[in-house]
Design a protein around this ligand. Structure first.
Ligand code: PLP
Length: 231
């Protein structure tokens, strides 16, 4: 796949076509999948070009990199998602500037985000990150910890529990990709069966979004295929 770093709107067209094909292949509607552009490592003008082409949701991994970028783009009405590892000393900045956080994996971090969310802002939309593959560097809660974590987050006044997120090991075989996504989908179904009104499965990136959509992803996080390689 050739990805033009300066041809952002052309890249967006290709990704939209790919998402539609993946949805069609498993009998889902294109509208059931939200595209999140992952702009880490790329400057504000790249985001601006994609926003002009109609993209509304963007994700960032590092508070330090994101805050100036969000400031430069404040004139656009974009929805910002924090998708990086959460560190205690960064939760305040994240609670102040992001509409969504996809990487909550501990009660303590959730408590900080809820306590630090400004009163004038709506509740933060939260996905719990599920550990699949067991790589501690990637973070995430173990599947058996999810019921207690979900119950705790659901009680926090300034958080709104929306669903689950995962960052599985890189696999090139689509069946192996689906294996990880299916495990998260089952955890999602089981939380819903326990009464949580979840609507978001954040899974799938540039190289595995088709497998994620086949397993029920409602939000795919795409960086490279939209923005080109990161510098
Ligand atoms: C960087 C990143 C992405 C985007 O990955 P690509 O392979 O560039 O599409 C998605 N999700 C998370 C959590 C990331 O850190």
């Amino acid at each position: 796949m050739l990805i033009g770093p300066q041809n952002w709107t052309g890249n967006l067209e290709k990704v939209r076509t790919g998402l539609a094909a993946a949805a069609l292949a498993c009998g889902r509607s294109v509208d059931s999948v939200t595209l999140l552009g992952v702009s880490k490592g790329h400057p504000a003008p790249a985001v601006e070009a994609l926003a002009a082409a109609g993209l509304r949701h963007f994700g960032e991994n590092y508070a330090q990199e994101a805050l100036p970028k969000l400031g430069q783009l404040a004139h656009l009405s974009l929805t910002w998602h924090f998708i990086g590892r959460l560190q205690s000393n960064k939760t305040r900045a994240i609670a102040e500037h992001f509409a969504w956080v996809h990487t909550v994996d501990r009660v303590k971090l959730a408590e900080r985000l809820s306590a630090q969310r400004p009163f004038h802002s709506p509740a933060i939309n939260v996905c719990l990150q599920v550990d699949v593959g067991g790589d501690p560097a990637r973070g995430g809660a173990a599947a058996q910890e999810l019921p207690a974590l979900a119950a705790a987050v659901a009680q926090m006044p300034r958080l709104r529990l929306r669903g689950l997120m995962c960052l599985p090991p890189q696999e090139s075989d689509p069946d192996r990709q689906r294996h990880w996504f299916r495990a998260v989908r089952l955890a999602f179904d089981s939380l819903r069966a326990q009464g949580h009104e979840l609507d978001t499965l954040s899974m799938g990136m540039s190289d595995d979004y088709a497998a994620a959509i086949a397993e029920g992803a409602t939000m795919v996080r795409i960086g490279t295929a939209l923005f080109g390689p990161r510098g």
